[in-house]
Design a protein around this ligand. Structure first.
Ligand code: FAD
Length: 411
């Protein structure tokens, strides 16, 4: 360990790890520290609510790189260390152990911590988030003694966890406060499809249910979720998937502009000199979000912003303009999403959801802005081009799954 590094990367998740990888690939020869709070080398987060939770993939298979990679690339991987303060003038980081590390340039890639329920019982020992390997290991350790699981939150993580828990034979109740699942990210057609799928697979799905508190026994274990409507949902375990809070505290305290995330420009630069922010914690104006300032929580964004920051450091940056994409696996369904449906004014279903292979196409002003493709990879690939081109298309042809999207006429 050195006292100072040319580049310090804080957060050893998808974005931080990718930034270190890109810098070396681009020929950066200076010193790099990759500092992470978790005890584990960088690993893929998506399997945590999918194959890893299901026990289908061991941890070694979700590592982003083999453990030896970092040393071989002269990346000083410092694990189990939380950065608690940033001094942007002296260019110094302070870690939880009290040690100080200097930096020439700083890449902040700290992701987010799961938002937990702010109610009685939410700290019970069998109430879990799904964000880190440690979270999921705790869930897995209790599965033998768990018959029933209450999942709070009908976003992707809650739905994926529900699918895995059903596969493992657990009784699952999914509680969503709004009137449909996935309401933050998708239109009503996709929500209705996934609601039916989960119900068909035996999930007791409750939309429009507001959690009042989590009931605990004398030992402090959660035994039920109590809802505002008076209903009591008994559970041996509670999983909470209601979003994240961007981890930006030390950077904002150091004077960086931001609110929901750290504000960055098209090169991922924060308002502090020589400080970049990337990944889930970076708030940026996104052309695919109608130029709104957003945080994107996806592997695509983490990797692409890492590339932009690394290439800016190397003096070769192109502004961040990557088309957003995302995926989710539930049961035997593979959802692939391209673009962002934010501010859509028309939703078009291509194909029959009952066939379990179809796409939902989102348009704004007649132009395709996003697609949610369920078991429809061809639509996903060809739809990406339509999103990028932004040309108005013939809607009747677009809705017809017999016509490949790439052959749809212009309107
Ligand atoms: P993270 O991967 O969260 O990494 C941030 C790291 O920084 C963490 O290890 C954290 O401990 C560390 N850290 C935080 N604060 C500090 C500090 N002060 N000092 C030191 N270290 C710190 N995306 C998809 O595209 N497809 C999917 O199917 C998908 N599924 C997902 C399933 C789950 C269960 C989860 C949790 C996420 C999923 N995502 C998925 C989202 C994707 O994993 C994230 O967008 C991605 O991990 C973001 O990368 P990041 O590096 O910004 O943050």
């Amino acid at each position: 360990m050195q006292d100072s590094y040319d580049i310090a990367i804080v957060g050893a998740g998808h974005a931080g790890a990718q930034a270190a990888i890109c810098l070396r690939q681009m020929g950066f020869a200076g010193s790099i520290a990759l500092i992470g709070e978790e005890q584990f080398p960088p690993y893929e987060r998506p399997p945590l609510s999918k194959e890893y939770l299901a026990g289908d993939k061991p941890f070694e298979r979700i590592l982003l790189r083999p453990e030896t990679f970092w040393g071989e690339r002269q990346v000083d991987l410092q694990l189990g260390k939380r950065v608690t303060a940033v001094d942007p003038v002296a260019k110094l980081l302070t870690t939880s152990g009290g040690t100080q590390t200097g930096y020439g340039q700083l890449i902040w890639a700290t992701g987010g911590t799961p938002r937990m329920m702010d109610c009685q019982g939410s700290n019970a020992s069998n109430v879990f988030a799904v964000r880190t390997r440690a979270d999921v290991d705790k869930i897995m350790a209790r599965l033998d003694n768990t018959q029933s699981v209450a999942i709070i939150g009908g976003g992707y993580i809650g739905l994926e966890a529900a699918a895995v828990m059903r596969k493992l034979g657990k009784q699952v109740t999914l509680i969503e406060a709004l009137d449909r699942v996935l309401s933050r990210v998708a239109g009503p057609s996709l929500s209705a499809f996934f609601e039916k799928e989960h119900r068909d697979h035996g999930v007791d799905l409750r939309t429009g249910y507001i959690v009042d508190h989590i009931e605990t026994d004398e030992a402090g274990h959660a035994v039920a979720v109590r809802c505002g409507n008076g209903e009591r949902i008994a559970a041996d375990m509670v999983i909470v998937g209601i979003g994240i809070i961007a981890q930006t505290g030390p950077l904002i305290a150091a004077g960086a502009a931001g609110g929901n995330g750290v504000d960055v420009d098209e090169f991922c630069r924060t308002s502090l000199p020589d400080v970049y922010a990337i990944g889930d914690c970076a708030a940026h104006a996104n052309a695919f979000a109608n130029d709104r300032v957003i945080r994107l929580e996806s592997v695509q964004n983490a990797n692409d912003q890492a590339k932009v920051a690394a290439s800016h450091i190397m003096g070769t940056a192109e502004p961040y303009q990557a088309v957003p994409w995302f995926w989710s696996n539930q049961y035997d369904l593979r959802l692939q999403t391209v673009g962002l449906s934010l501010d859509y004014d028309q939703e078009l279903v291509r194909g029959d959801p009952a066939s379990r292979s179809f796409s939902v196409i989102y348009l704004r002003g007649g132009k395709v802005i996003a697609l949610d493709c369920v078991n429809a990879t061809k639509d996903y690939v060809q739809g990406r081009k339509a999103v990028l081109e932004g040309v108005p298309l013939d809607l009747t042809e677009l809705a017809n799954p017999a016509i490949p999207i790439k052959e749809v006429s212009h309107a």
